[in-house]
Design a protein around this ligand. Structure first.
Ligand code: RM4
Ligand code: MN
Ligand code: MN
Length: 397
């Protein structure tokens, strides 16, 4: 049975969770071996925003969309007006702005870490143009992921590249306006398989620190080695006031980009728990952006995204009913079994009826997936987009 205190905490949790959707999550993406093209996939920024709008319509908690500059602003700053109009047509706003310095042929040997100063400058120019987009659209966050690295020992000067990264990130920081932030994402491997320039949270932290106070670290849950304790990284970054946000997804092997909570919901729970315990003890709100970064080659993209948002809400609410005061007491007395049971009890609580209640109170559909399935939206977009999607190239070689 859920107590009144727990039910208040659950309601507060549902009210607090806002999840940013990735525009690229609605387009055809896949593995490096190929993509299975989906007839309903979005083929333009307008369609990505329309699809994100559906997710927000049925869940009510996804008002912002993360945008990838190269994919969503092919004409750069000139596209700002159009993107803003399209977003607001669907009740959305632009969220974090993601520069793209990994796709252009010039970035074969890196962007900020490239030994060629002309290419480093090209990367900086693109990132500064992205900051301009961020300003025009009134977005708070710039989200930086770099594919830079190398495949062969001896082929690159790791220290020089580190210094070039420091320079590039400092120059980026200098362009930010008051109230804006930049987030530095890390990833241990892929596409580079020998060294990656920003391989872990320590490197991201040092680079963010040297860039300036508006720079924070972004934790993508899929960007860790297998046994790594991600919630400990989260706890440390919170203590250092350096956690900017998350890219949520689940994984079993590498950067699998699977549905949040599909494999290890307890992992996501432990991350949320560290955030909420920090807030409980410090009396401060953790200022972290919750974003999704997933790529679905097989599942339908809109229904999958609804599934993810619902999973995030449920897992967050479970973390919100941990009896934190009691837990801190158990920790103080080294009462291991009671402490562990305290977490497990919260994790095992079925919060789904409370979520249905909450949706009802907000005038939202009680079952967002069912609402989406019966809305006819999928059928409409399939007939609209199938031909365009079929003509796309999906081959690996
Ligand atoms: C990377 C990383 C970035 C995302 C790209 C598309 O693995 O997670 O955040 O923007 O993929
Ligand atoms: Mn990511
Ligand atoms: Mn990734």
């Amino acid at each position: 049975m859920i107590s009144t205190k727990q039910s208040d905490s659950i309601i507060r949790a549902f009210d607090a969770v806002h999840i940013e959707l990735p525009s690229w999550g609605f387009a055809n993406t896949g593995t490096r071996f190929g993509k299975f093209l989906q007839p309903a996939a979005a083929t333009s920024t307008a369609e990505k925003l329309a699809d994100a709008g559906q997710v927000h319509r049925v869940t009510g908690v996804c008002p912002t969309v993360a945008l990838h500059v190269l994919w969503d602003f092919p004409n750069g700053v000139a596209d700002c007006g159009a993107v803003q109009t399209m977003a607001s047509e669907h009740g959305l706003r632009a969220g974090s702005i993601n520069p793209n310095v990994f796709q252009d042929q010039n970035y074969k040997y890196g962007s900020f870490g490239n030994p060629d100063p002309a290419i480093r400058k090209e990367a900086l120019d693109h990132i500064l143009a992205s900051v301009e987009i961020q300003k025009r659209l009134g977005c708070r966050d710039l989200s930086l992921w770099f594919a830079d690295g190398s495949n062969y020992p001896g082929a690159e000067n790791v220290r020089h590249r580190r210094k070039w990264f420091e320079e590039g990130l400092k120059a980026t920081h200098a362009a930010l306006a008051e109230g804006q932030r930049m987030m530095v994402e890390y990833k241990p491997f892929e596409p580079a398989f020998y060294h990656t320039d920003i391989a872990d949270w320590g490197m991201a932290l040092l680079l963010a620190r040297s860039a300036g106070p508006k720079a924070k670290v972004l934790v993508d849950t899929g960007h860790h080695y297998q046994a790594q304790n991600i919630e400990q990284i989260v706890a440390w970054l919170l203590s250092e006031n350096m956690l900017g946000g998350f890219h949520f997804n689940d994984r079993r092997y590498g950067d699998d980009d699977l549905t949040l909570g599909s494999l290890d919901p307890y992992q996501a729970f432990r991350i949320f728990h560290e955030i909420l315990l920090y807030e409980f003890e410090s009396g401060r709100k953790a200022d972290v952006a919750f974003m999704i970064d997933q790529s679905h080659n097989l599942k339908g993209k809109i229904e999958e995204t609804i599934q993810t948002v619902t999973a995030a809400q449920e897992i967050f609410a479970k973390a919100a009913i941990v009896d934190q005061a009691a837990l801190l007491g158990y920790i103080k007395r080294s009462d291991l079994v009671r402490a562990e049971r305290c977490l497990k009890d919260a994790f095992s609580t079925d919060v789904r009826p409370a979520l249905v209640e909450w949706r009802r109170s907000k005038g939202l559909p009680e079952d967002p997936l069912e609402e989406f399935w019966t809305s006819g939206y999928m059928e409409r977009i399939i007939s609209d987009r199938a031909v365009r999607n079929a003509s796309l190239v999906s081959s690996y070689a």
